[in-house]
Design a binder for this molecule. Structure first.
Ligand code: 13P
Length: 275
């Protein structure tokens, strides 16, 4: 992921991180990314890993799809919000190529200590590490939780992470109000740390704000809820119109078109296509 994000930083685009929830979502994302020739990051949360069966199942599922679908674009399998070293180690050992350690709820020194431990383990296996600073919550962001510039500098110097997700006004899930991204702080953090920044909570952020973020140092944009919403809407409509259907393949696939359109649209917004 480090290499992928440094290229994005140089060429001023953002690589999308789409969260996966099952085999079908993984397939849909990979198919569109391949068609568009766009590098992509498959993000998996700990709860999605548990849902899908475990770290090895997720890793082997992705490996199998990459081979069977003959995917040639660069693909990263990334642990999203790993909450401790044990979880990150499990992902790395199972073959994930990138992990996020999220100790952002802890005090700065503790966050640094835990992140350093993950970096040490990941380095040996050539796996990239993302960490979070400030706190990116759910639904809305509080000003007090925005990342502090000096703390980001110290954090990156001491931990040597490959990518940093500073809290800058975005939040996970559907926004309760309008998100207010702090672009000035974003730019300063990008300059002072010199590493690619990550924007969590990509759902519900205006296209122009996403593009503005890229201009100010964001190289990876995480999107989850937006795909869930369009998929669920399409499936709901399909089930209402086809009350007697029971084949799970038909039900899950009824959200494919809507999801693929959204993925394609986001790739365009993030200018992620290879020129
Ligand atoms: P959304 O669900 O708001 O798109 O956020 C996704 C995310 O940041 C995953 O880490």
């Amino acid at each position: 992921m480090k290499e992928m994000l440094n290229t994005a930083k140089r060429e001023k685009y953002a690589v999308p991180h789409f969260n996966i929830n099952n085999l079908e979502w993984t397939k849909f994302i990979l198919q569109v990314a391949e068609e568009e020739r766009a590098p992509v990051i498959l993000g998996v949360s700990e709860s999605a890993i548990q849902y899908m069966g475990g770290y090895v199942t997720v890793s082997k599922t992705v490996e199998g799809l990459l081979s069977d679908l003959k995917i040639t674009i660069p693909v990263v399998l990334h642990l999203d919000h790993g909450h401790d070293l044990i979880s990150c180690k499990k992902a790395i050992d199972a073959g994930f190529t990138s992990v996020m350690i999220d100790a952002s709820k802890k005090a700065l020194e503790e966050n640094i200590k835990e992140t350093k431990e993950v970096v040490l383990y990941a380095e040996e296996k050539n796996v990239s590490v993302e960490a979070e600073i400030g706190h990116i919550g759910i639904g809305e962001a509080s000003q007090e939780e925005y990342a502090n510039i000096e703390e980001c500098q110290k954090f990156v110097l001491e931990t040597k992470v490959d990518a940093l997700a500073p809290a800058l006004g975005s939040a996970h899930g559907l926004y309760k109000g309008l998100p207010h991204l702090d672009f000035i702080r974003m730019k300063e953090i990008a300059e002072i740390t010199g590493i690619p920044l990550v924007l969590h909570g990509g759902t519900g952020i205006a296209d122009s704000d996403l593009q503005n973020s890229i201009q100010n140092g964001i190289c990876k944009i995480n999107i989850n809820t937006e795909l869930q919403v369009v998929w669920a809407q399409a499936v709901r409509t399909y089930l209402t119109e086809n009350e007697t259907v029971y084949d799970p393949r038909k039900i899950i696939a009824s959200g494919e078109k809507a999801m693929k359109e959204m993925i394609r649209y986001k790739l365009k917004v993030l200018k992620n296509q290879k020129q």
